[in-house]
Design a protein around this ligand. Sequence first.
Ligand code: PLP
Length: 400
Amino acid sequence: ASRLSSRLMAVQPSPTIAMTRLAAEMRRAGKEIIGLSQGEPDFDTPEHIQRAANDAIAAGKTRYTDVDGTPELKAAIIRKFRRENGLDYEPAQISVGTGGKQVIYNALLATLDEGDEVIVPAPYWVSYPDMVRLAGGTPVIAPCPEEDGFLLTPRTLRAAITPRTKWLILNSPSNPTGAGYSAEALAALAEVLLAHPHILVLTDDMYEHIRYDGWQFATIAAVEPRLAERVLTVNGVSKAFSMTGWRIGYAGGPADIVKAMATLQSQSTSNPSSVSQAAALAALDGPMDFLAARNRTFRERRDLCLAAFDAIEGLSCRKPEGAFYLFPSCAGMIGRCRPDGRVIESDGDFVMWLLEEAGVAAVPGSAFGLAPYFRISFATATEQLERACARIEAACKKLS
Ligand code: PLP
């Protein structure tokens, strides 16, 4: 018998992390690998946020805090939701955790019973289905093909709903596709949800601030206030403020769920780092002007990669509204032959070819629930991206 629990046996280690590890192994073996598999801005945490953390340490803010966030940070989060999203929350409706990841996991673990279903639109962030499984629930994958702009349509949503549906998970702009929902698209989904009062909505707005070409971000609780009472709006400082290592995420939503999440956190990790909470407060209350310049850089990198992929026969890529990923189709590469005679039969084979031949680490679309695609992160130095694109093109040309 296995020493591991059946729950754990049902989940996979994150494929993004697996790819990053494989790339690191090849690097150790002396190969030069350009890593495009990890979703992490290459910018530093802005200085005013670093200073706030140093000040917090010096001021002795190094002790346990309230389990799900200091009152000061919760107040800053309430201001953020009001100012940027038009959402009104009380402190009892705010939860702070160790990254958006913990907040989402808390919400699922606090609410799911065996057999409860969670609708996960695909392509999805890799962690959603496995978090649902770990919490004892059943992920119901709702396919969102490229023809639908990688977005959930009202019709697909309706088809996925059953009496056991507990949650719908939305993620806009999306990891891995960068596709974003307009307020109109969210209103159309809300219309369906209003007819099914038993469904909760978890919206993961982690990439809210990383957006391009004047695209307007919208979030479902603000678009349809009649739903607000069953929406958990998740956000965090990791991506917008280049604070991935600080591990602060937060959510606003129904007080009963927020309270249950705090109970769970009190029996698992307790409060997120006190110093990181002080830094997150400075991030949320501080200047946002640095974002425009960073987004300009991200957009240049996006466009550079889009142009490069566009020029490669056999690849095609939809232009994303936000986040820092591209999710190109490699359908045109399937069935082609490597010089060693091996056939590219899947996006997994294609990504392995890119790793071996081009020295570029990407993640296969199948890991995100849609094949044949692959994901690259363009949150990497521009020169690195230029070299990666040139090497991808050369590797693709070797396939016949
Ligand atoms: N949600 C999405 C869609 C993400 O891509 C990520 C990070 O990769 C997270 C949540 C988690 O963010 P955090 O680092 O705050 O846990």
